[in-house]
Design a protein around this ligand. Sequence first.
Ligand code: ADP
Length: 724
Amino acid sequence: MKNGGNSMGHNFNNKIVESNLYSRDSIITDVNKEFTDCTGFTTDELLGKSLKIIEQQKQQIEQLKYEVEQKNTQLISILENLSEGVMVSDNKGKYIMMNPEAKRLVYQSSHVIDAGDSSRNTHYFDIEGNDIPFENLPEIRALRGESIKNAKMFVRHPNKEYFMEVSSTPSYAANGDLSMVVSCFHEITETIQQSRKILEQKKQLEAIIENIADGISIFDNKGKYILFNKSAREMSPVYSENTYKVGDRNNQCELYDIDGEKIDSENIPARRVLRGEKFKNMRMAIKFSHKTSQIDVSGTPIYDNEGNFSIGVLCSRDMTDNFKYENILKDKNKFLDRLLDNFELPVVRLSCTDLKILEINQKAFYMLKTFLPHIESAVKIKGTKITDMVTPFNETEYFQKINEVIKEKKTKYLNRKVHLINGNEVYWNVIFEPMLEVNDEIKEILILIIDVTDEIKSNIVMGKAMKSQEEFFANISHELRTPLNVIASTIQLLKMYYSDESLNNRKESIIKYIDSMKKNCYRLSKLINNIVDSSKIEAGFFELNLLNHNIVEVVEEIVISVTNFTDSKGLNIIFDTDSEEKIIACDPEKIERIILNLISNAIKFSNHGGEIFVDIKDKSEFVEISVKDNGIGIEEKYLDMIFDRFKQVDKSLTRNAEGTGIGLSLVKSIVELHGGSISVESEYGKGSKFIVVLPTREVMQQNMIFSSNIRDNSEIIQVELSDV
Ligand code: ADP
């Protein structure tokens, strides 16, 4: 054995420290060994050797003493600085030692001598809040030989309330008697409060999870279910907590994916999560013996700090009702598609909000094709974005309306939208109808196009007709008032002559007045006849009494009968024909109206000294009757309209006589009823030529009653020429 350094020094090498651990027994054994080894030595030698050994032993004891002191100092310093309260009591419960932390926690520790003192003003409770009687305090139980580890207690004394964790251990002497009790304790108030808070939050969370509308199921890394909330239990009534493991319900129900394919046990949502998959809204049908539910499941694996799978969470939503509505909507859509195909109106269904063509019926397709000739078929353009097809679509009124529908979820209209198709103006009324889903979200927009071109055009025509009717009534009132004024004032005059008894002296002028009255009565008759006939023609009641007649004779007679009249007007009327007889089916009375009307116009629009030519040409298949004058003529721009009802060329410029604008339209209608046509040639300022073409045909049965009727046409002539 060697002393490797200064025995009083503080730096011992490891070996010496180890040797210092040798017990007193081992030293005695060493001495005896030395002694035995030395047999055969002299007494002095032996004594010397013994003294040497004693010296060595003394040094060793000194060394040991020093080291024990050192240990003690170290131990005391540790105890002093320990954050754990340490109290040591003897076997009677009297405190031998109390470190500063223990003194801090124990009430009035400077006066505390034994366990009884320490509990005098202090109350101890277990973690549930129950009172702990003195004899059950860990320290006291340890005095009875029990060893208590980490007992949690609540402590209350006049200065402090706190939770603590205490361990009390009995210590025994070599003879086996209990020598002392060591109690260690520390404050755990914060930990307890935190865990209580966590517990409270956990409870809140559990309550939320329990009552959430979605079904929540949580399982551990072994696939054992830890939790099912109420909704999950309702959705899957076979769940029974604790015993349940992933895949257990496979024998009680079957799972099917959105396409109706059975989901095998390896791909059920929980297994996917266990494999680490995270997914959203996996739609599946769960078929139980008693019901089938449609569920949307989202799965999330949760990992611990080391990255190991700790729990899996499945969140399920019962979509059965939605599914039913979706199916109803799908059926409705199918029905709508079928309806659209057979629909007379053009209809397009656009998806929202990407504006893809979902459906387009044939009518709408052809309509679109007029703008986009390259599109091939309704089927091929399905799924195409309308914004890609029509560019720039977002600058159109259609796009604007679609946006309004999306924003307001209300039907919108585009009225009288005008387009130019093949050079023709077409008018559309367009309806934009939002199609809403169960959740009130807009899913698609139905666009209906109604072609209102005819309606609008006929409105325009009607407007024009109304305008010409107004003109007509303005004319007619004038036409009525003029003869009526003449008649009324003549009657007044006659009355005056009668009063002053001068009637007899004024015979000549009275005859003139009576003639004038007669003429004006004819004028009124002509007007009334024209209005009545024109209305009859309009209503389809105007009938011809067709007879096989020599048209040449009919026309010639009319010309002859008006000669006196034209003479009186300073006009020359000339009749010419290339045939003496041309029998055709005609209504002579109506032919008279035609010719008289044309002659009356020729007279009206000719100036003094003018000539009127009435010609007949037999063209075999038809006969051509023309009435030509060298009067004022008609401007080219008016030629198209003079046959329209109530149309008159601006009278301020052209007229030197009265009129209503009915005459030529009536003539045209009567000619057409005969199966013929009428046209006009005119040069403004030089004269006009009206050409009537009548077909050469005869009727088998003639109405002889009418044909034999001898008419007095002088009155008719007077009536027809009354407004000239
Ligand atoms: P009105 O009763 O006003 O004469 P019509 O239908 O007979 O009505 O004629 C329509 C219009 O056509 C006349 O107002 C006139 O402007 C024009 N017109 C008809 N015949 C002639 C003609 N021979 N010469 C010039 N203008 C004519």
